[in-house]
Design a protein around this ligand. Structure first.
Ligand code: SF4
Length: 367
């Protein structure tokens, strides 16, 4: 007979030091967290706080804001105070904004070793200010802005070049006894990115922030990020993630959370199991699945809802889920916890599923 396949769990998580980004632990045994970045002009305080509120509602745990100007630096105290989630100040070029961000109460500061000129002689002061304030630093290396010396040495942004840049920057902080660090080595090519993080994971015990940079518009970026993060997280590498999309940042957060849920690294919320439909389908599966998804959006309890087009796999999947429909002949058999509770006409499938989902969710919240 066929030998039994033993399910293989994800690799044991790489052991990393834990840092605190505000009240969110990153690294060690902390759950992998999801980050995003605002697209508003940071000095427009209301718009930035509004977007942070939207990101928080979408499930974002840490938010980064860009600080390219003095006006943006001046906005940081109010943003850091009023944001519901920890705020990281993203700083290129201007070391003085690092001090402003620390003074403003930001939860962390991201610096890019390739872009901070005259930064090296300031590291001592930054390390002192950051450690007095309990603020960690992310050393964020990016293929598009790699240190020129390393670009010359390696010819292009290879995994080795990205890692050398990050570790060299770390060593400057370490000279001052500062190790409250997390690192990213982003590249737009998932294969280079995966290899860079693998190399980095072997060379240090700092927590790692995963990102495929400039991943592209929503469809391509989602896939690039899911593939790259999936490979690394399955190897136990990665402590916090940011999906970069040329799309509204709340979309990044949804994708990030879905990646973690898909790997079982985050408790599943609502999960729709729907079939792709085929020549056997006797109802419009796409519309049904879309309408059920829209009707249940925002539901937080872990509920599996199966939307199936016919009686081939329908009853099996519907029975396996918390709730489901197996359609056929313009009708739908509604399953709840494995039992058929009723059969309804096609026009009533969506509302029946939503009603039953609400009822189940209430029961789950009570128990
Ligand atoms: Fe086709 Fe039925 Fe399978 Fe859906 S459940 S893909 S309709 S066979």
């Amino acid at each position: 007979g066929i030998p039994a396949v033993r399910p293989r769990p994800l690799a044991v998580r790489r052991k990393s030091r834990q840092i605190m980004v505000g009240n969110v632990p990153v690294g060690g045994d902390a759950p992998v967290s999801v980050q995003s970045m605002t697209t508003t002009v940071t000095s427009d305080i209301n718009a930035t706080l509004q977007q942070i509120a939207e990101l928080t509602a979408a499930g974002c745990q840490i938010v980064r804001v860009a600080v390219p100007s003095a006006d943006d630096a001046e906005a940081l105290p109010i943003i850091a105070k009023k944001s519901q989630i920890p705020v990281i100040a993203d700083i290129h070029f201007q070391p003085k904004y690092v001090f402003a961000a620390i003074d403003a109460g930001c939860a962390a500061v991201r610096v890019n070793p390739g872009n901070i000129k005259k930064f090296d002689d300031k590291v001592g002061e930054i390390a002192k200010a950051a450690s007095e304030a309990g603020v960690p630093i992310r050393i964020g290396v990016n293929a598009g802005s790699l240190d020129k010396r390393l670009l010359q040495k390696y010819g292009k942004a290879t995994p080795e070049a990205l890692v050398e840049s990050a570790l060299w920057e770390c060593s400057l902080f370490e000279e001052h006894g500062f190790r409250d660090i997390k690192i990213s080595v982003k590249h737009n090519d998932p294969v280079v990115m995966i290899n860079a993080y693998r190399l980095l994971a072997e060379q240090c015990d700092y927590p790692l922030h995963l990102g495929v940079t400039e991943a592209g518009p929503a469809f391509q970026g989602t896939i690039k990020s899911a593939v790259a993060f999936g490979a690394l997280l399955a190897e136990g590498i990665g402590d916090t993630i940011r999906v970069s999309l040329s799309a509204p940042p709340a979309e990044e957060v949804k994708v990030g959370n879905q990646i973690l849920e898909s790997l079982g690294l985050r408790e599943r919320g609502l999960e729709i199991v729907s079939c792709p439909s085929c020549g056997r389908a006797q109802v419009d599966v796409y519309t049904l699945a879309d309408e059920v998804t829209a009707g249940l959006e925002g539901m937080e309890v872990p509920l599996r809802v199966a939307v199936m087009g016919c009686v081939v796999n329908g009853p099996g999947e519907a029975r396996d889920a918390d709730l489901g429909v197996a359609s056929g002949n313009g009708k739908g058999q509604i399953f709840v916890k494995g039992e058929v509770i009723k059969t309804v006409p096609e026009s009533k499938i969506v509302e029946t599923l939503i009603e039953e989902a609400m009822r189940l969710a209430e029961q789950m919240q009570e128990s």
